[in-house]
Design a protein around this ligand. Structure first.
Ligand code: PMP
Length: 305
């Protein structure tokens, strides 16, 4: 990953990919205090367009604010950096990673002279769990790890340290033969996947957990908008794991995961055991939207050139 051609936007400048390095005493590497985004750009009839750029930049700034980190750039500069990272690497489709971190100016959690640094990298990244997963769905397992309590690391921020919990859950799920983990909140209700929000469908109604223990996913918001436009009833409420077992359909959403059907939880088949009709409809609407096959929500697609 570190040694390739291309450029990375680093504190206001485009630097050679392999020179975009930082010192081993980088504070965030030691204590996990950092915030980031995952953004995708798609090939559209008008050219390569970043999907929901402003929402991602807004969340990056919100995450930093929650963590008490002051980003030394404006939102406009980060938007431009994101466009540049895709454009200057000549990418038609891309995954973009803005990261805000503390540098190596000081050590120890009492360090008070830390500078906030920002990088934006972009590379080609296909379907997060493979093309087959998008069609056939994935197998997931309830995790023995609990998702963050709102007063532990908080949940509105997309912070680097939160992903220790995600990685523990994912490693456990994968080593047990599943594709992804389902994390429950501290009270035992369904929260989210290690990097996705969850939805279930029962009797034509879509249910998804309220944004308390889960990240306020941008794809979640997009899919809720699409569902509303398709006239599907939506209920945001607490969900139990057994409600997922007996759902007609279930799927994950995320910038990386897009709309990924779930076919099995804890060895129990969900619905017909593959992508269900409502999931398929929403998935198609999502891909049509991000790739500009529809004129709807043109404001959500920012061209890189
Ligand atoms: N939950 C978690 C834990 C995530 O890491 C992600 C991916 N950012 C999501 C949900 C989905 O968020 P989004 O749709 O904004 O990518």
């Amino acid at each position: 990953m570190a040694d390739r051609e291309g450029v990375i936007w680093y504190d206001g400048e485009l630097v050679e990919w392999r020179n975009a390095t930082t010192h081993v005493l980088t504070h965030s590497l030691h204590y996990g205090m950092g915030v980031f985004e995952g953004v995708r750009a798609y090939n559209t009839p008008q050219g390569t367009a970043i999907f929901r750029l402003q929402a991602h930049t807004d969340r990056l700034f919100d995450s930093a604010h929650i963590m008490g980190m002051k980003i030394p750039f404006t939102k406009e500069q980060i938007n431009e950096a994101t466009r540049a990272a895709v454009r200057e690497n000549n990418l038609e489709t891309a995954y973009v990673r803005p990261l805000v971190f503390y540098g190596s100016e000081g050590m120890g959690i009492r360090a008070d002279n830390l500078k906030v640094h920002v990088v934006v990298a972009a590379w080609h990244w296909g379907a997060y769990m493979g093309d087959e997963a998008l069609e056939k769905g994935i197998k997931i397992r309830t995790s023995s790890f609990t998702r963050h309590h709102v007063n532990i690391t908080m949940t509105r921020a997309k912070s680097s340290g939160s992903y220790v919990n995600s990685m523990l859950a994912l490693q456990e799920a994968v080593s047990a033969g599943a594709d992804e983990a389902l994390l429950l909140d501290p009270e035992g209700y369904v929260a989210e996947g290690s990097g996705e929000n969850i939805f279930i469908i029962k009797d034509g109604v879509i249910y998804t957990p309220e944004v308390t223990a889960c990240l306020n996913g941008i794809t979640r918001g997009t899919v809720l908008t699409l569902a509303r436009e398709l006239g599907i009833e939506i209920v945001e409420k607490r969900i139990t794991r057994d409600e997922v077992y007996i759902a007609d359909e279930a799927f994950f959403t995320g910038t990386a995961a897009e709309v990924t059907p779930i076919r099995e939880l804890d060895g129990r088949q969900i619905g017909i055991g593959r992508r269900g009709p409502v999931t398929e409809k929403l998935q198609k609407a999502y891909f049509d939207l991000v790739t500009g096959k529809t004129d709807a929500h043109a404001e959500w697609r920012t061209l890189v050139r």
